[in-house]
Design a protein around this ligand. Structure first.
Ligand code: FES
Length: 132
């Protein structure tokens, strides 16, 4: 059996939503200290709905596939649903990840949560001077 599912390979080779959003409403970045991979998620949010999501991932193929799938899963969804996206759901949507690569999907879950937190922090910061 192949180590990686066809979906993982597809999202690794043809990642969806790669890039940045210049006027993002929330940005979240997470890194894994062990492997050194870094994931950054950008969100555009209107009326509590994620209207656009992009990512920059400096990391392994599983992290790129997880970013790609995770951004697909949250686009068009309310923040309340995106906050509940688990790494397990990302891995399942990819038809599974090898056990030693599950932490790559954790980066996606946590980077999205960080981006949503950033959105709420910005709303509570009247100066709007937080770095993007
Ligand atoms: Fe660390 Fe994939 S090996 S994110």
């Amino acid at each position: 059996m192949a180590l990686y599912s066809e979906k993982v390979m597809d999202h690794f080779r043809n990642p969806r939503n790669v890039g940045t959003i210049a006027d993002a409403d929330g940005v979240g970045q997470l890194g894994n200290a062990v492997c050194g991979d870094i994931m950054k998620i950008y969100l555009k949010i209107e009326n509590e709905i994620i209207t656009d999501a992009k990512f920059e991932t400096f990391g392994c193929g599983s992290a790129i596939a997880s970013s790609s799938m995770a951004t697909e899963l949250i686009k068009g969804r309310p923040l309340s649903e995106a906050l509940q996206l688990t790494n397990k759901a990302v891995a399942e949507a990819l038809d599974g990840l090898p056990a030693h690569k599950l932490h790559c999907s954790v980066l996606a879950e946590e980077a999205i949560q960080a981006a949503i937190k950033d959105y709420y922090d910005r709303r509570n910061d009247p100066t709007g001077s937080r770095p993007a």
